[in-house]
Write a protein that binds this ligand. Structure first.
Ligand code: UP5
Ligand code: MG
Length: 228
């Protein structure tokens, strides 16, 4: 496993104490903002490149009605839209480095504010302590739970190289850089949430369904269906 030191945490209760900032600081809009009558529920989905974050998020969306915000997809859309930051984002992704935190957080914030949902999967973010702190400061919230897909490097490398979706960072040189950045900058974030009792470590080796068998009960315990 990528990080032997990180053990499973089985917190049984999520804490809904982080969202006061949203209910007080952001003006209520009729549509396209958080549903204030429901407490927003934020899940950070972490794991190395190719650990299966996006694949598992799609299944969580199907079963539990979350809105899936992949930070990588949001940044790729920014490149495709020829925005002012597009070239810088593209160069950063090609190098496997991390886009400046404030930019990513503001893009995530825009997506959250324009959603009518209150359940969010934030996939591939935060990738560093700087990312994490920027989210807390700009959004004014912390995640309710954090999933960590733990996968050996050789398996992640194999999956990414087999993906064939034309991503500019799915080549051997960039993958090596992504793995290094993940290990140096993302694992401290994983450790941070472990210490706060919010981390659920998932063994990300096996078939998609085998892995989802570990994920499903984590969400089932919250009875989301009854909240809709
Ligand atoms: N696959 C999935 N599960 C499988 C299984 N159990 N068995 C066999 N195959 C499996 O899966 C990857 C591939 O494996 C797919 O082909 C899938 O079918 C197969 P996927 O679910 O896509 O894995 P995921 O973890 O989502 O991999 P991804 O490559 O998307 O992860 P990254 O975190 O590297 O990529 P992301 O898109 O999040 O970020 C890309 C870059 O954007 C970063 O490197 C960085 O430069 C930049 N970025 C930032 O700067 N800031 C951010 O906040 C986010 C991104
Ligand atoms: Mg992904």
């Amino acid at each position: 496993m990528i990080c032997e030191a990180i053990d499973v945490v089985t917190t049984d209760v999520c804490k809904f104490k982080f969202w006061e900032a949203f209910s007080t600081e952001i003006p209520r809009k009729e549509k396209g903002t958080f549903q204030r009558d429901k407490t927003p529920f934020i899940t950070f989905v972490l794991g190395g490149p190719g650990s299966g974050k996006g694949t598992q998020c799609m299944k969580i969306v199907e079963n539990f009605g979350f809105t899936h915000l992949s930070a990588g997809d949001i940044l790729r859309r920014e490149i495709a839209s020829n925005s002012a930051d597009g070239t810088m984002i593209l160069d950063t992704i090609k190098e496997g480095k991390i886009v400046p935190s404030e930019l990513t957080v503001k893009l995530i914030q825009k997506e959250m504010e324009s959603s009518d949902n209150y359940k969010f999967l934030i996939d591939g973010f935060p990738r560093s302590e700087d990312n994490r702190i920027a989210f807390e400061q700009i959004i004014g919230a912390e995640p309710d739970i954090v999933l960590f897909f733990d996968c050996p490097e050789d398996e992640m490398m194999k999956r990414v190289l087999n993906r064939n979706q034309g991503r500019v960072d799915d080549n051997i040189d960039t993958i090596k850089k992504r793995l290094k950045v993940f290990s140096a900058l993302n694992l401290p974030v994983v450790k941070y949430y472990l210490e706060r009792g919010k981390l659920y470590k998932i063994n990300a080796v096996g078939t998609v369904d085998e892995i989802y068998k570990q994920v499903y009960p984590l969400f089932a315990q919250f009875n989301f269906e009854q909240q809709v």
